[in-house]
Design a protein around this ligand. Structure first.
Ligand code: TYD
Length: 212
């Protein structure tokens, strides 16, 4: 089984993933938590190129790097884990590519679709939790624990996070469009709710869809 989490940076995915993995573990389920980009030696190297490079990367170069990282993770880790009956929880998958490289960078959707199907070997999540937050609020959360002034261009941010307020607004709108056209797979949750409320909702929605 493949469960994915999506949302703009700062939506709180990692906290919810930890809580869900803990819950499923307590139900004696074998769980594997992974994140994209990364998860294999090569994919981690690609991650650092994508996030830590100081210079520009072209939109197509960026798309191909995310996709190369994904191809490695799918073939080396995800497919074998699913075949072994594990529950794989993935922090971002190809929906991030549609949202960030498609709606954010403006890459043609037909091109995206074919690259996505090659890099994923055609696998699609059983369920996708989207944590919804307004980009300004997500940034405020990120900076709330520091004395650094709030800015989308700050050097503390990674290369993707420095993409600016308009980029993140387009990414969020993209996610919302994707959800409204695929309500079967996507479940949208308000990221501003308290952590434990979100966790309880996730468990309830998961049980509603899949008798685990
Ligand atoms: P990460 O630090 O993992 O961010 P987060 O904690 O928000 O998930 O960085 C991953 C960044 O890469 C994030 O800004 C989203 C972006 N991304 C894409 O643009 N396309 C993709 O296909 C994927 C997987 C991630």
């Amino acid at each position: 089984m493949l469960i994915t989490f999506e949302g703009i940076d700062g939506a709180g995915k990692s906290t919810q993933i930890k809580m869900l993995a803990g819950y499923l573990g307590s139900q004696q389920r074998e769980v594997l938590v992974l994140r994209e980009p990364g998860g294999t030696e090569v994919a981690e190297k690609i991650r650092s190129i994508l996030l830590e490079s100081k210079g520009e990367i072209s939109p197509i170069g960026e798309l191909l790097l995310f996709s190369a990282s994904r191809a490695e993770l799918v073939q080396e880790v995800i497919l074998p884990a699913i075949a072994a009956g594990k529950i794989v929880i993935l922090d971002r998958f190809f929906d991030s590519t549609t949202a960030y490289q498609g709606y954010g960078r403006g890459i043609d959707f037909t091109l995206l679709q074919s690259i996505i199907s090659i890099s994923t070997c055609g696998i699609v999540p059983d369920i996708t939790f989207y944590l919804d937050i307004e980009p300004g609020e997500a940034m405020r959360r990120k900076f709330s624990k520091t004395s650094i002034p709030l800015s989308f261009e700050h050097s503390e941010l990674d290369r993707m996070e420095r993409s600016g307020a308009i980029f993140f607004r387009n990414v969020r709108e993209g996610y919302l469009k994707m959800i409204s056209s695929n309500k079967e797979r996507f479940l949208c949750i308000d990221a501003l709710l308290p952590e434990t409320t979100i966790h309880r909702k996730i468990i309830a929605l998961l049980h509603e869809r899949f008798p685990l």
